[in-house]
Ligand binder design. Structure first.
Ligand code: ATP
Ligand code: MG
Length: 417
C-alpha cells in the first residue's frame, strides 16, 4: 500500500468500539478525579528534550531507546512526550504553581492524553498510546501514598477491571546505597550469564536490572539480596504505615520485592496493577510511585495507566441505537428536518434521533429497521406524524407541532411496552 494510505508503524486508528471504550475509561477517571479533588492539566505534547533527559534518568529505557526526538527549524532539540510527569513538573516550575495563590501544595493534578515511545509494536504496546496520569504533589507521608493508590484501585473497580496490586518500597537514598553495596557484587558473580541489557545496567544503574523481563535474569534475581532487607529505619516505618492504612481500607495487595519501576525519579513506595489477560510482556496496566525532582524541592506521588491496555481488558456491548428514526415523503422533507432539529435539541428526550434522507419510503423504513431504531416516526401526512413502536405495533398519530406529546410517546419505558 502506498505510504499515503498507511499508518505510521505502531500508531493506530481507534475505531468504533475502541474509541467508545476509551471514552468510558476517561469519563470514569474524570469522575473519580472529582471525588478526590484532582484538577485537570493539559501540557503540550512537545517539550524541549532536556525536560525528559534530566528527569527520567540518562540510563532509562525511555531516554536511551524510546524517545521521538527531532530538531525544529532553529535546531532546537524537541521531543514528543514519552510520559507525563516530567512535563507536569516542568509546568509547575514554569507557572510557579507551588508558590502562593490559587495553586499550592498539596497540588492534585491529572492529565489524559497521547504519549509517544519508539518501541517494538505488539498487542498492548504502541508507538502512540494513551495514558491517564494522576499526580499528587505533597510532602511525603504514607497517608498520601495510600490516597493515590486507593484512587487507582477505585478507578479500576469502576471500570470493572480485575485488580491485582503489587507494592514495594525502594526506600530513601541511604537504603538504596546500602542495597547496591550487596546487590552489585552478587550480580557480578553472574555477569556473563546476564542478558546484554542487564550487563549494561550493572555499570550504569544496577537497580534497574530488577525490572528485567528476561527469564534467565529473573532466575538469577530470585536468589539475589532483597531491597526490603536494606531499608533504613525511617523507610521501614514509612512502608509499614503505608501497608497498615491499605489494610484498613480493605485494599488487597501483594508485596513484590523485585518491583522497581523504570525511571530514576522513584523512591519509597512503588506500586503496579497487573493483569493476566495481556501476556507477561505487557501485563502492567497501571504503575506509579513516590518521586522527587529538583534536589527534592518537588515531592510527589503519582501513577500512569495505559488506556490502550485497558481497552483490551474491559468489555463493552454496543447499545447506542437510535431511539427513533425519522422517515418522510419527499414533499414533506422540510417539516421532517425541522422536527428532527427540535427533538435533537430537547433536554427531555431519553435517546438520540436519526433521519434517513435517501430512497423512497420503503427503502427508508428498511434502513431505519437495520439501524435497530426502537421507533420509526413517519412524516408522510401534512401536519401529522405517525409513531410506530417496533415492539407492540401501536401507531399513534400526533400533531407535528406537538413536540411535547411526541417526546412523551418516545420516552415510554421500553421494558414495559
Ligand atoms: P512496560 O514495562 O510495559 O514497558 P513501562 O514501565 O514502560 O511499561 P510506564 O512508563 O510505567 O510503563 O507507563 C505506565 C503505563 O502505560 C504502563 O503500565 C502501560 O499500561 C502503559 N504503557 C507504557 N508503554 C506503553 C506502550 N508503548 N503502549 C501502550 N501502553 C503503554
Ligand atoms: Mg516500557
Amino acid at each position: 500500500m502506498s505510504e499515503s494510505y498507511r499508518n505510521v508503524r505502531g500508531m493506530r486508528d481507534l475505531l468504533n468500539k475502541d474509541s467508545i471504550k476509551k471514552q468510558i475509561i476517561e469519563s470514569a477517571a474524570r469522575e473519580v478525579a472529582l471525588r478526590y479533588g484532582f484538577e485537570e492539566i493539559n501540557t503540550p505534547v512537545v517539550e524541549y528534550s532536556s525536560v525528559f533527559n534530566k528527569t527520567l534518568g540518562e540510563s532509562s529505557d525511555i531516554v536511551t531507546k524510546e524517545m521521538y526526538n527531532f530538531e525544529d527549524e532553529k535546531g532546537r532539540s524537541l521531543t514528543l512526550r514519552p510520559e507525563a510527569t516530567a512535563g507536569i513538573a516542568r509546568a509547575i516550575h514554569s507557572n510557579g504553581l507551588l508558590g502562593l495563590g490559587e495553586y499550592r501544595i498539596p497540588l492534585k493534578l491529572f492529565l489524559i492524553g497521547p504519549m509517544f515511545r519508539y518501541e517494538r509494536p505488539q498487542k498492548g504496546r504502541y508507538r502512540q498510546f494513551y495514558q491517564l496520569n494522576f499526580e499528587f504533589f505533597c510532602d511525603p507521608c504514607p497517608e498520601s501514598d495510600v490516597e493515590i493508590i486507593s484512587l487507582a484501585y477505585n478507578f479500576l473497580k469502576k471500570i470493572e477491571c480485575p485488580i491485582n496490586l503489587k507494592i514495594n518500597s525502594l526506600g530513601d537514598n541511604k537504603s538504596r546505597d546500602n542495597y547496591k553495596k550487596e546487590l552489585i557484587p552478587y550480580l557480578n558473580k553472574y555477569k556473563k550469564e546476564l542478558s546484554t541489557d542487564s550487563q549494561n545496567r550493572l555499570e550504569k544503574n544496577p537497580l534497574r536490572i530488577l525490572d528485567t523481563k528476561n527469564n534467565n535474569d529473573l532466575d538469577i534475581l530470585s536468589k539475589a539480596p532483597k531491597m526490603i532487607d536494606f531499608l533504613s529505619n525511617e523507610s521501614k516505618k514509612y512502608y509499614n504505615e503505608t501497608k497498615i492504612i491499605l489494610k484498613n481500607l480493605g485494599i488487597k495487595y501483594e508485596e513484590d520485592t523485585n518491583l522497581v519501576r523504570g525511571l530514576d525519579y522513584y523512591k519509597e513506595t512503588v506500586f503496579e496493577f497487573k493483569t493476566d489477560k495481556l501476556g507477561i510482556q505487557q501485563d502492567t496496566i497501571l504503575g506509579g510511585g513516590r518521586y522527587s525532582f529538583e534536589k527534592e524541592t518537588i515531592n510527589g506521588i503519582g501513577w500512569a495507566a495505559g488506556i490502550d491496555r485497558l481497552i483490551e481488558i474491559i468489555s463493552y456491548t454496543k447499545n447506542n441505537y437510535p431511539l427513533a428514526s425519522v422517515v418522510f415523503n419527499e414533499e414533506l422533507k422540510n417539516e421532517a428536518i425541522v422536527l428532527v432539529n427540535k427533538l435533537r435539541n430537547s433536554n427531555e428526550l431519553n435517546g438520540y434521533i436519526e433521519i434517513i434522507y435517501k430512497g423512497n419510503i420503503e427503502k427508508k423504513i428498511k434502513k431505519a429497521s437495520k439501524l435497530n431504531s426502537k421507533f420509526i416516526i413517519f412524516v408522510d401526512e401534512k401536519q401529522k406524524v405517525k409513531i410506530s413502536n417496533k415492539l407492540n405495533n401501536k401507531k399513534p398519530i400526533i400533531d407535528i407541532k406537538n413536540t411535547d406529546e411526541i417526546i412523551k410517546v418516545l420516552n415510554v419505558n421500553w421494558s414495559k411496552t
